[in-house]
Design a protein around this ligand. Structure first.
Ligand SMILES: Cc1cc2nc3c(=O)[nH]c(=O)nc-3n(C[C@H](O)[C@H](O)[C@H](O)COP(=O)(O)OP(=O)(O)OC[C@H]3O[C@@H](n4cnc5c(N)ncnc54)[C@H](O)[C@@H]3O)c2cc1C
Length: 366
């Protein structure tokens, strides 16, 4: 791609495009939440039994062997015992809690974690292309790419990695971290004149980290790990999976399936994955149709499920009550909620944003 063409798609930093660039077309996910839910639905269609709001608390160990998990249905607070001939654990940050229930000789060393953060900027800085600029995060030693990616009329900027003081708390970004990221975006693209008012939302999550260098500093893990218990007495039927990128998920899944087939003594057949069903865009459906789909086909239990995970209605900014109310009413009808529940669901949604450091006044500036 020529420097001139790049300048045409991004109004940020003329100097950065002095030499030209290359355009990649793969690895773009339009709606991460819908991809996840369609994967679960495809697993169900293939004979799986998905459970929602069920938390695995500890391994079930019988006669020194892991035979399943003890879990909690977090809606009813009832305990469940789930036995399985093979357990594939992919819970990320919950792994240390599960490992704590193993006997010491089954436990492997635990790893570190970092908080990953993307800013959602209100301005659409480019339409068709994400722009990656190479630089050093102030707290890091090596340069890497920072992306300005067009996203539903907004721009995603990131990703930054920060230390995570409490693995179990919601990984909210602090005001100082957001300030640091904005300053960094501004230094990469001085022409943008960004300020805190340009940020409509912050996306955060916890990612696996590994220590590196003489100071044993935590850095992002760059390759997935699939740890099979084969060879460890009592944990032969456990496979622990740690993914590091969505874009690698097909490869990781096929490697896990091969190990599972080997353990279960079944033949592994490599197949091209079937395309996921293309779900109807939320914008093309009425709130009633969205709520029906979420409640009856997609195990949505709370308003937060619908606004944050079955749709991306709450992903770019904190929705105002007038915006989420039609979905709340539709979900109340689909799930037969009474007035008290309706009010509680609305409060629960706002509590989610507050826990991440956002209030209802932080809305889009349009
Ligand atoms: C800000 C940010 C930006 C990112 N950008 C990109 C990108 O551009 N490209 C890319 O490829 N990747 C990106 N990633 C990484 C990507 O999100 C992860 O690689 C991916 O989510 C890993 O998927 P996973 O299923 O292994 O883990 P997770 O997504 O962490 O899923 C773990 C699941 O386990 C569940 N769980 C946890 N504990 C329990 C328990 N006790 N019992 C039952 N279930 C439990 C959780 O609810 C969760 O659903 C980004 C991550 C972040 C945070």
């Amino acid at each position: 791609m020529t420097a001139e063409a790049l300048k045409g798609v991004f109004q940020g930093n003329e100097a950065a495009f002095a030499t030209g660039g290359a355009a990649w077309y793969d690895g773009f996910i339009h709606d991460v939440g819908r991809v996840a839910i369609e994967m679960v639905k495809s697993g169900y269609a293939s004979g799986g039994s998905p459970c929602n709001y069920v938390r695995a608390d500890r391994y079930l160990i019988e006669d020194g062997t892991i035979t399943g998990v003890v879990a909690t249905d977090t809606e009813s607070q009832s305990e469940l015992t789930i036995r399985a001939s093979l357990i594939i654990e992919a819970t990320g940050t919950a792994r240390p809690n599960l490992r704590a229930s193993m006997t010491a000789d089954l436990r492997a060393a635990d790893q570190g974690w970092l908080k990953a953060v993307n800013l959602v900027l209100k301005r659409e800085l480019s339409v068709d292309y994400a722009i990656g600029l190479k630089a050093k995060q102030p707290t890091e030693e090596e340069s890497r790419y920072f992306f300005f990616a067009p996203y539903r009329g907004h721009t995603l900027f990131g990703t930054f990695y920060f230390s995570l003081p409490d693995r179990e708390a919601p990984p909210a970004a602090t005001a100082e971290e957001i300030r640091l990221m904005l300053a960094h975006a501004q230094s990469l693209c001085p022409d943008l004149e960004l300020s805190a008012d340009d940020v409509s939302m912050v996306h955060t999550g916890v990612i696996p980290a590994t220590s590196s260098g003489p100071n044993r500093r935590l850095v992002m893990k760059t390759s997935p790990s699939i740890r099979s218990g084969a060879g460890s007495v009592g944990a032969e039927n456990l496979i622990e999976v740690q993914s590091v990128k969505y874009t690698e998920s097909l490869d990781v899944a096929s490697r896990v399936a091969q190990q599972a087939a080997k353990y279960l003594n079944r033949e592994y057949q490599s197949r091209n994955p079937e395309p996921l069903a293309a779900s109807e865009l939320t914008s093309a459906l009425t709130p009633e149709a969205v709520a029906e789909r979420a409640v009856h086909d997609e195990m949505a239990v709370h308003l937060t499920d619908l606004i944050l995970r079955r749709t991306s209605l709450g992903e770019l900014y904190v929705p105002q009550e007038r915006e989420f109310r039609p979905y709340l009413d539709a979900m109340a009808a689909a799930a037969s909620w009474d007035e008290a529940q309706i009010e509680w669901e609305s409060e629960r949604l706002m509590r989610h944003y507050q826990a991440m450091g956002w209030s209802a006044s932080a809305t889009r500036n349009r």
